[in-house]
Ligand binder design. Sequence first.
Ligand SMILES: C[S@@+](CC[C@H](N)C(=O)[O-])C[C@H]1O[C@@H](n2cnc3c(N)ncnc32)[C@H](O)[C@@H]1O
Length: 393
Amino acid sequence: MVTIPAPDEDARAHSDTLRAGLQQFIAAEGGRIPFSKFMELCLYAPGLGYYSAGARKFGAAGDFVTAPELGALFAQCLSEATAPVLRQLENTGDFLEIGGGSGALAVDLMQAFEAQGILPRTYNILEPSADLRERQAERVRDVLPAHLAQRITWLDGPLSEPWRGVVFANEVIDALPTTRFVIGEDEVFEEYVEVEGDEFIVTTQPADALTTAAVRNIESRLDAPLAEGYRSEVLPQLPYWVQAVIGPMEAGVMVFADYGYPRRAYYHPSRTDGTLRAFRRHHVVSDVLAWPGLQDITASVDFTALAEAGTGAGFTFAGYCTQADFLMANGLEKFASLAESACADEIAHLRVREQVKRLTLPSEMGERFQVMGFSHGVDFEAAFLLGDRSYSL
Ligand SMILES: C[S@@+](CC[C@H](N)C(=O)[O-])C[C@H]1O[C@@H](n2cnc3c(N)ncnc32)[C@H](O)[C@@H]1O
């Protein structure tokens, strides 16, 4: 059995402070809060939540590694996919990255766009975590030349003036606070978190109209209704979230990369306990209530729901494929061999090959991660030329 290193004293104290805050909040709310609220506070409580506090999350020394963290190849392929959109917009295109993480993507992508001979007018990062914003700004300052760095800005909310360009989010939808539901005999229940002694426990309450409608909508698209006792997650707010992040976009594309499944696979009768899990020090943790603030909490993405949300926002569906196919359709081989030709030694070569493997192998990120795109008033189908999976939605 693998043992996860125990949190050190500072981390424990941090988690205890958040735990006490959560307990007070739950008491003030009448003794229970929806699981989605619990998750939101664990991840984003100012100064204490997992994404809002100072612990290192990304990369080998953190809790997980994301595709942009592995090296520049992911960003280079994304530039290949979206530079034609910026060209179509004739230098009026802006780029909006949702959830900038460590800033790795922003830095690599601006350099990749420059190599493509087209820059977005501005590169905007929408990042709710003040701590991550600071890290992103530091990385931008340390790595990028001034003429690229000065195009990067941080937003407090989505763009509010009419705009054109590209919206991109990697591993953000999986971090949105999710609603947990359980199917009852003839109604839908929602999971809540209560306090028992010093522990958090999960209880259920009849779901409100929004959650019930979202679950019944899922069932209506499945071969059979979900069985009594079936437990899973749903994001009733996803259509509103997508609308909000695009803002008043007049023309452009949205691209989302994340782990997940089409609806039939997500709500497969055998997946009786959903996809919710936590990550700590590169290990999957099933107890999502443990160590608040110290572990990432996440749920897979229902890509059918994302397709509905994107088209519901007035965009045209452009494509859905695995991350491996998306990267290969957008120049992965070319960028990998360019990187290899710049390698000074065999170790550097091995690193490039390792990066390609991590990004594309089915046993790594290649199939678990998928990419979905939407367009509005521009051509974008060329980015999704390989491995179409839209039939599975
Ligand atoms: C798993 S991390 C991924 C970071 C980065 N995209 C990457 O691939 O390395 C999730 C990111 O989404 C951000 N985030 C979560 N909810 C968000 C929201 N509603 N709007 C914008 N960003 C959000 C988090 O603060 C964090 O930066």
